[in-house]
Design a protein around this ligand. Structure first.
Ligand SMILES: Cc1cc2nc3c(=O)[nH]c(=O)nc-3n(C[C@H](O)[C@H](O)[C@H](O)COP(=O)(O)OP(=O)(O)OC[C@H]3O[C@@H](n4cnc5c(N)ncnc54)[C@H](O)[C@@H]3O)c2cc1C
Length: 71
């Protein structure tokens, strides 16, 4: 793993992933790293529907690496 990046984002939740995606959309050559301790990302807005019993909790869970590779 490299030790130096142009941009380092701490936290790969919604904010971190969106920031990285927007920056890469502007310039796909940017050298960006994201520090994220979790291996899964949860789509939190859908938890409201889970609480109401109308959405499956498992569908709110995504494997973090798969999300990142989609960028
Ligand atoms: C029930 C519920 C319903 C919601 N509904 C809506 C809605 O309808 N519309 C809407 O816009 N928003 C909604 N939100 C809010 C939205 O989900 C959050 O605002 C959004 O996820 C926040 O993004 P974030 O990147 O700040 O945090 P998160 O998405 O929580 O990401 C933070 C990341 O930082 C990582 N992290 C933690 N500690 C460290 C560390 N020390 N070093 C590195 N990484 C670390 C975590 O593992 C996590 O991946 C809802 C939230 C909830 C809980």
């Amino acid at each position: 793993m490299k030790k130096h990046y142009q941009i380092l984002i701490i936290g790969g939740g919604t904010g971190g992933i969106m920031t990285a995606a927007k920056l890469l959309r502007e310039n796909k050559n940017l050298d960006i790293a994201i520090i994220e301790p979790a291996d899964k990302h949860y789509y939190q807005p859908a938890w409201t529907l889970v609480g109401a019993g109308t959405f499956d909790y498992k569908k709110t869970e995504k494997v973090w690496l798969q999300l990142f590779l989609r960028m």
